[in-house]
Ligand binder design. Structure first.
Ligand SMILES: [Zn+2]
Length: 614
């Protein structure tokens, strides 16, 4: 559920990547400067103590008064809450960002742990406000939310109430919350422990070494076919003895969620997710149906790829085999590519990107003790966002940088216009600006890049990246639907049954174009989304297709599209996704609204086919 206060860092785009074993300095000296957030750990502790006093003062002042508030008092309370939210957001980000570049430092760990505990304390002090707001009757709440004084937070106020009819009484909610660590989290923890500690001995080039799941999956992108095949075999071999336990974790969680759905009066197991994402279930069903009707597009590409590789039929292990080899790109060139492409789209967007470089808000140099992957931290509505990545001179890294700066332009523009409570968008739209930014950088590269192998690699990765998001994540959501259906019909989710459901949905996607290995039945077993948040994956599909549709509109309308797009970014989370997208010509009530996205994909596939056959 959406918290009242947006304490979360807004981390996104956390893509696990292989760390480089090469010791040559990459993006040397590209380190962020966090001093704009806080001068030191001591200052952070001091400000934190004050902020917690402010939280308790807020509670003392407003507890028991929400029902009798008028527009002006509500506005004053929201403004104070937003101020506290901004302070805590800066402090939490400061501690968390410090730790993310040196996770082994004990001082960083202490500070971050203190912040985590304090966030819980702050939430506990402020929680009454949400509960009192939810208790208010419908008419009274609607009247109050319509007050001109709170216009900036109107959507936030109204949308907070969407879970109201699915919320139990306070003692019931408290009991469920108290039982949750044993009843729910314990299974998630067990799943996490098994999958994060699992290792298989495998030789990926440096002799036989223990490989984690992530490392094995990275090997599936190796140019060497034996390595790819061996990595998949090792993966399924290592998972196999744990399959019954992993299935039992899932079975218990699905059973618990279905029981909760009954208590909370949800008809369909997807409804809680739709409600959280603020998207209509009918639109998502139409979208998934449209994706399935286009599985043939992927199969066509798989056949082309098999032919390019001299194979009769593509094997699952060849799915992400690289075609073409992109050249290296040093960081200063990446900065130039990003700046030129963003500026050509819009000078304002170019300025925002340049701000990240000029104000040292990017940490790109890989080093020991720094966490992997990449993210953009929104920090706070009255602060500037920061980007973490591990730059290794690969063309891929340029795309990652564009992606994270796409989040950055969203956070920056939204923060300028929205309040602290309304500037975050929900999950459904969060990945739109980042994916859009990748397309801007991609188009720029395709118009400037001279190296043929790099161009081929760029185009093929774009096609396969879209497939992995749009098609594969739909397969995952369909598999989940099957699992919930089985469990609701009284069927225990054993590993064999889950494997059968998994293979059925994958077979629909791959058709006869891709050969699935025997072990692939266990493909479901290590995917964390199923365990942490049900039906999480369709949001990726949604964002990707929406982005492609917007990009095709940009290509058609040219400069006329840009002000509307910037307006969309500035609107942040001030309206539901359907309302934010309508001015851009995407009407979620129209089942045909997904067609534009698929036309873009068809064009991309055609381009890839032409380039690889040339
Ligand atoms: Zn992202």
């Amino acid at each position: 559920m959406t918290p009242w206060t947006a304490f979360s860092l807004g981390h996104s785009g956390s893509v696990a990547r292989m760390t480089t074993t090469d010791s040559a300095p990459r993006a040397e000296g590209i380190l962020w400067d966090l001093s704009s957030l806080c001068a030191s750990a001591d200052e952070c502790r001091e400000h934190l103590a004050t902020a917690l006093v402010d939280c308790r003062a807020f509670e003392a002042r407003y507890r028991g008064t929400v029902a009798t508030m008028d527009g002006a008092t509500l506005a004053a309370a929201l403004a104070e809450m937003a101020r506290i939210d901004n302070v805590l957001g800066r402090l939490h980000s400061y501690a968390s960002l410090r730790e993310s570049v040196d996770v082994t430092d004990a001082g960083n760990q202490d500070l971050n742990a203190l912040l985590d505990r304090s966030m819980v304390e702050a939430s506990n002090a402020l929680r009454f406000f949400e509960l009192e707001w939810l208790e208010m009757d419908e008419e009274e709440a609607a009247r109050l939310a319509d007050s001109p004084e709170v216009a900036a937070d109107r959507h936030h106020l109204i949308s907070e109430r969407r879970f109201r009819t699915h919320t139990l009484t306070e003692p019931e909610e408290r009991m469920l919350a108290e039982r949750s660590p044993a009843a729910t989290s314990a299974w998630q923890t067990l799943f996490g422990r098994i999958t994060s500690t699992l290792e298989a001995g495998f030789d990926s080039g440096d002799g036989v070494e223990p490989h984690t799941i992530d490392r094995l999956l990275a090997c599936v992108r190796s140019p060497d076919r034996d390595t790819r095949f061996g990595a998949l075999d090792a993966l399924y071999g290592a998972l196999s003895p744990h399959a019954p336990t992993l299935a039992h974790c899932y079975d218990t969680l699905v059973g618990d969620r279905l029981a909760m759905d009954q208590l909370r009066a949800y008809d369909d197991p997807m409804d809680p997710t739709h409600l959280r994402n603020e998207v209509p279930g009918a639109a998502i069903e139409a979208m998934m149906g449209a994706v399935e009707r286009h599985y043939g597009l992927a199969q066509r590409w798989f056949r082309v790829k098999a032919a390019l590789m001299g194979l009769d039929r593509l094997h699952l292990a060849d799915q992400y085999a690289p075609l073409g080899e992109a050249r290296q790109v040093l960081f200063p060139e990446a900065r130039g590519i990003i700046s030129a492409s963003f500026r050509a789209f819009s000078p304002r967007i170019g300025d925002i990107a340049e701000g990240f470089f000029a104000e040292a808000r990017i940490d790109a140099q890989p080093r020991t003790g720094k966490r992997g992957g990449a993210f953009c931290a929104s920090v706070a509505q009255d602060a500037r966002p920061f980007v973490l990545m591990n730059y290794t001179d690969r063309m891929d890294d340029v795309m990652t940088l564009a992606h994270e700066l796409g989040h950055g332009m969203h956070f920056t523009l939204s923060a300028e216009r929205q309040t602290a409570l309304s500037f975050h968008t929900g999950l459904a739209l969060a990945e739109v600006p980042s994916t859009f930014a990748e397309l801007i950088a991609f188009d720029h590269l395709m118009s400037t890049e001279q190296d043929a192998a790099t161009r081929t690699a760029l185009v093929c990765e774009r096609v396969e990246g879209s497939f992995a998001t749009v098609f594969r994540q739909t397969v995952l959501a369909r598999y989940e639907q099957d699992a919930y259906r089985m469990r609701r019909d009284g069927t225990t989710l054993t590993d064999e049954r889950l494997s059968a459901a998994w293979i059925t949905q994958n077979a629909a996607y791959y058709g006869d174009a891709v050969e699935m290995p025997d072990g692939y039945g266990l493909g479901w077993s290590y995917i964390p989304h199923f365990i942490s948040t049900r039906f999480y994956t369709y949001a990726y599909v949604f964002a990707h297709l929406v982005t492609l549709a917007l990009y095709s509109r940009f290509r058609e309308d040219g400069a006329a599209f840009i002000p509307a797009y910037l307006e969309f970014l500035s609107a942040g989370g001030s309206a539901a996704p359907a309302d934010l997208l309508r001015p851009l010509g995407v009407d979620l009530t129209d089942p045909g609204c997904w067609d534009a996205g698929f036309r873009e994909m068809q064009t991309m596939v055609k381009r890839a086919e032409e380039m690889t056959s040339a």
